[in-house]
Design a protein around this ligand. Structure first.
Ligand code: TXA
Ligand code: MG
Length: 335
């Protein structure tokens, strides 16, 4: 199934045979490896996650090492069910309402940690809050149901790079050194929406396919933007999700050597003759565009363009999350 993914770049990776896992691995092999405090990449409905047992210092340390992730950036804890989530985080009535509306699904809640949460301290990077999620993907759920601890799982990419939406992206990103369970192409294609629910207030820390409007409709109260530095997700660094090529946003013309990431009908004035072009959604469907976003950025990047020019994406609904990721991909990388 994974070999038909187009433009995959594995051959260029330098790897020693002894480093390679026989990818992909089965659900049972994944459970075994996780129980040995190893890391395994798993599919979720958003992106692939690099999982390790959340109660194991060794496993969580390996996640940070494998990704090259700064230790101050806490991880999301993935739980098999709500009962386990409640043992880790404090759910007030509002959090219960949001969980009931959107779990299992592509939503992460940042809540205060419980006093006796069985988590490695590395997971929360010293914060008194914890990020948790109940994924919907059947493979992730099957693996979680077989483990005695939830798993911590950031996106399964080297820190600062594009999130993986296929098993091959994971193999490519870590040069085959991480075992992966193949669940095909992730449905949502971008990372989960993150909401902090603290003191009866809901704040959206990261936009995703579950939009502000959807949450407001479900709970009947406004969802704010982060004002207070303290509750901004520490991982929301300005430059993130970066391909190798620079990214030029809101392109209405194309410069020589640029590749085009299109959306909807392409205006003739763009003069795409000869330029490598991929269209996120010819029909202008934002959910389809989100699903294709990281895969298409990778494919265009593999052509070594002078830059990736991106057509404007409507800043509404899921388009807000797409623009968030694109702005980070385009951000100044020296800052
Ligand atoms: O869709 C997803 O959320 C994927 C899949 C694998 O679940 N995971 C993911 O994890 O995107 P990661 O580590 O790439 O992004 C998690 C974000 C980071 O920006 C981190 O700073 C933030 O969540 N975060 C984690 N714990 C937090 C906390 N206690 N307070 C605020 N932000 C937190
Ligand atoms: Mg990430």
């Amino acid at each position: 199934m994974i070999l038909d993914a187009p433009h995959f770049n594995c051959q260029t990776a330098t790897m020693k045979d002894s480093d390679l896992y026989s990818n992909p691995v089965s659900v049972n092999e994944a459970v075994e490896q996780l129980n040995n405090a190893s890391v395994v990449a798993l599919p979720t409905e958003t992106v692939y996650g690099l999982a390790g047992l959340a109660n194991s210092d060794d496993a969580v340390f390996k996640i940070f090492e494998t990704k090259g992730r700064p230790r101050f950036n806490p991880l999301i804890v993935h739980c098999a069910n709500l009962q386990i989530a409640r043992s880790i985080a404090q759910f007030d009535a509002l959090a219960e309402q949001v969980a009931d509306a959107f779990w299992p699904g592509p939503l992460t809640l940042v809540l205060l940690k419980t006093a006796n949460a069985e988590l490695s301290d590395l997971v929360t990077a010293g914060l008194d809050s914890v990020a948790i999620r109940l994924p919907k993907h059947p493979i992730a759920r099957e693996i979680l149901s077989q483990l005695s601890s939830p798993v911590a799982a950031p996106s399964a990419n080297p820190s600062g790079k594009l999130s993986p939406t296929t098993a091959l992206h994971v193999i490519d990103g870590f040069d085959g050194r991480v075992p992966v369970v193949d669940g095909g192409h992730c449905d949502a294609g971008i990372e989960s929406t993150i909401l902090a629910i603290i003191d009866g207030q809901i704040t959206m820390l990261r936009p995703g396919t579950i939009t502000k409007k959807m949450v407001e409709n479900a709970v009947g109260q406004p969802v704010g933007d982060p004002q207070d530095e303290k509750i901004v997700a520490p991982g929301m660094l300005k430059s993130h999700y970066a391909p190798n090529a620079s990214v030029r946003l809101a392109a209405t013309s194309l410069k020589s050597g640029e590749a085009l990431l299109a959306f909807g009908p392409v205006a003739e004035s763009l003069q795409t003759d000869g330029a490598v072009t991929l269209n996120l959604s010819v029909a202008g469907d934002l959910a389809e565009a989100a699903k294709n976003l990281f895969q298409f950025l990778r494919q265009l990047d593999a052509q070594n363009p002078t830059a990736i020019a991106v057509m404007p994406i409507p800043n509404e609904g899921i388009g807000i999350a797409i623009n968030d990721r694109l702005e980070r991909a385009a951000a100044d990388r020296t800052s």
